[in-house]
Design a protein around this ligand. Structure first.
Ligand code: GDP
Length: 221
């Protein structure tokens, strides 16, 4: 997987103001500080790409990025366009009740109305495990039935021998199949390739196949 280009497109306060639904979209959700910006930067190989999402005035908006991919180097490569949507970190949802409601409305609307949405990546800190807002996000996902993948971030902080158990626990707590949980790190080479493969499979590009993306209908009882 080669990222040919990645650039900020626009910010939108409501799904109705999103860019056109003209390519598969991958959205990223997670509480503030979970490592979402770092993951976006690592996935696109751009050191500062997601910084824009943290600039004043944009932290509570949907932030869109255009990403151009190639399946390999050389003249016979195939290319594809996808869009990333960086959802507001759940941090602001800790505020007053009306802010929490605004967050829920925005996420619910986005998941319900965004036609090009191909897959949702929910980031959970591998060490800390799911927090109350993560469970709320999963409820939104269950209702929407969009395919999703859980990226367990900062996996480098766990000894290799403890990673499997941490992922098992996340899957159990969230009541999702174990295959939907992937270890990821922005600091070490953990999960980058697997996550891209799963995302390409969900977007239907490059003929990629992956066991890691699941729809809520496929969930274990
Ligand atoms: P965001 O608020 O979710 O966008 O989180 P950031 O990407 O800004 O990361 C929050 C903090 O976690 C920063 O201090 C990062 O350096 C750190 N961090 C992010 N990803 C990783 C990771 O994979 N491993 C480790 N050890 N730290 C990370």
């Amino acid at each position: 997987m080669i990222v040919l280009d990645a650039s900020f497109d626009k910010s939108a306060p409501r799904v109705e103001e999103s860019p056109p639904a003209d390519r598969p979209e991958i959205c990223f959700a997670g509480r503030s500080n979970v490592g979402k910006s770092s993951a976006l930067n690592v996935l696109t190989r751009r050191k500062q790409l997601a910084r824009v999402s943290k600039t004043p005035g944009r932290t509570r908006l949907l932030n869109f990025f255009n990403v151009e991919l190639a399946d390999r180097a050389g003249p016979h490569r195939r290319t594809a366009q996808v869009r990333f949507c960086d959802l507001p970190g759940y941090g602001f949802a800790r505020g007053p009740k009306d802010e929490r409601r605004a967050w829920g409305q925005m996420i619910g609307d986005y998941l319900q109305k965004r036609e090009s949405l191909a897959v949702v990546v929910v980031l959970i800190d591998a060490e800390v495990g799911p927090q109350p807002r993560d469970f709320e996000m999963m409820e939104f996902l269950r209702v929407s039935t969009h395919p999703f993948i859980i990226a367990a971030t900062k996996a480098d902080r766990l000894a290799r021998t403890r990673r499997g158990a941490a992922l098992d626990r996340i899957a159990r707590d969230l009541e999702v199949p174990r295959e939907s949980v992937l270890a990821f790190s922005s600091q070490e080479d953990i999960g980058w390739k697997e996550l891209w493969k799963a995302l390409c499979a969900a977007c239907g590009i490059f003929g990629a196949a992956s066991d890691h993306v699941l729809t809520s209908e496929e969930e274990a009882p």
